[in-house]
Design a protein around this ligand. Sequence first.
Ligand code: SF4
Length: 239
Amino acid sequence: MSAAPSLLGVYAALDRMHARRGWHWWPDADPFEVCVGAILVQNTMWTNVERALDRLRGANALDPRVMAALSGEELEDLVRPSGQYRQKAKKLRAFLDLAESHGGLELLLSVEPAALRERLLATWGIGRETADCIVCYAARQPALAIDAYTIRLFSRMGIGPRSIDYEEWQAWMLEILERERLQAAHPESPRDLYARYHALVVMHCKHLCQKRAPRCGECELRDRCSFSGSEAPEAQARG
Ligand code: SF4
């Protein structure tokens, strides 16, 4: 693992570059819609999720009770644009059962964050990234989601773990962010910082640090990025 960089410095640069952009879950969004979106976005692009959410909204099914009353075929049909629709309908059903077992979505999301994450991970079809997105953006509690964008950005910058292990990346970021947050008396709460950080990383990788042709000339991070100016940039990317 490389020496600790200033992740708050990276955050400030990302904020200057992308704060003006809109992002689906930031600063806040309807909690159930976040949960549904976090499940539907698995293995697909957000544009496909938006089409599925539009269909669910049109059927008034972006409500836990209404969705739970749908037949399996009805739910599959509504989420079809998100791909793998049979599996995703089952995953939504498993999530609805979890919420029901806690007395409803609101009570489930009020569970303490570590316990909530554990219960989500014990639910069929919910992995670590989905669980952390639900804890952070739906329950609005501290959780930092890691994804391929996170690994691509920091790997290109030449910092972070050398593996692609989710927990290792998350622990690396959280340890540095917590230390820097306390040292700098950073004004944001951990939850808000993690929510904005993940959103900014996603926006940066979609708009500038793209997989095939990153627009390094427009990037404020280029002076501290080992990828920028490389003659064989793809060879350096692990994300
Ligand atoms: S300089 Fe290029 S490779 Fe590095 S973070 Fe910016 S866009 Fe990505």
